[in-house]
Design a protein around this ligand. Structure first.
Ligand SMILES: [Fe+2]
Length: 151
């Protein structure tokens, strides 16, 4: 469209405006399905990630409580455990829809879908039960390269 001189068109503007929403919708679903495994896989206590969870949240249980509470908030979107390398900190973050609230420069570690479609069929209005089931299915396998980045 740029080559054709159409950068002033509404179509060009809308493609640009919607790109982040569509992109994140795709990528977040890849992460979401990628970070679950039937029966779950516990976190390795020797990883930098585990040590960082303790340092930033006080305990794994505190982290989990905050992660679940973030997911239980009203609205549709995602909960992402992010690691930000610049600050050296983990954050449990609410994402509105796919695009509102993503932390620029931070790496998503764990992603949970909290759009209704993620739980309505199996759990109805019992969002808390879905979140509980999700937490039990977390695959805490962490790429050693990623883990070495966490300080
Ligand atoms: Fe979804």
């Amino acid at each position: 469209m740029a080559k054709e001189g159409k950068t002033q068109s509404p179509e060009y503007a809308e493609l640009k405006r919607r790109f982040g929403w569509e992109w994140n919708g795709m990528r977040l679903h890849e992460y979401y399905f990628g970070n679950m495994i039937k029966g779950g896989k516990g976190i390795d206590k020797n990883t930098n990630l585990y040590k960082k969870i303790l340092a930033d949240f006080g305990s794994y249980e505190n982290w989990e409580k905050d992660f679940k509470a973030t997911g239980a908030m009203r609205g549709i979107g995602w909960v992402i455990l992010y690691y930000d390398g610049n600050e050296g900190r983990l954050f449990n973050t609410w994402i509105n829809e796919h695009d509102g609230g993503n932390l620029c420069g931070a790496k998503p570690i764990l992603v949970m879908d909290v759009f209704e479609h993620a739980y309505m069929i199996d759990y109805g209005l019992k969002k808390a039960d879905y979140i509980e089931a999700f937490v039990k299915a977390i695959d805490w396998t962490i790429d050693p390269k990623m883990d070495s980045w966490i300080e």
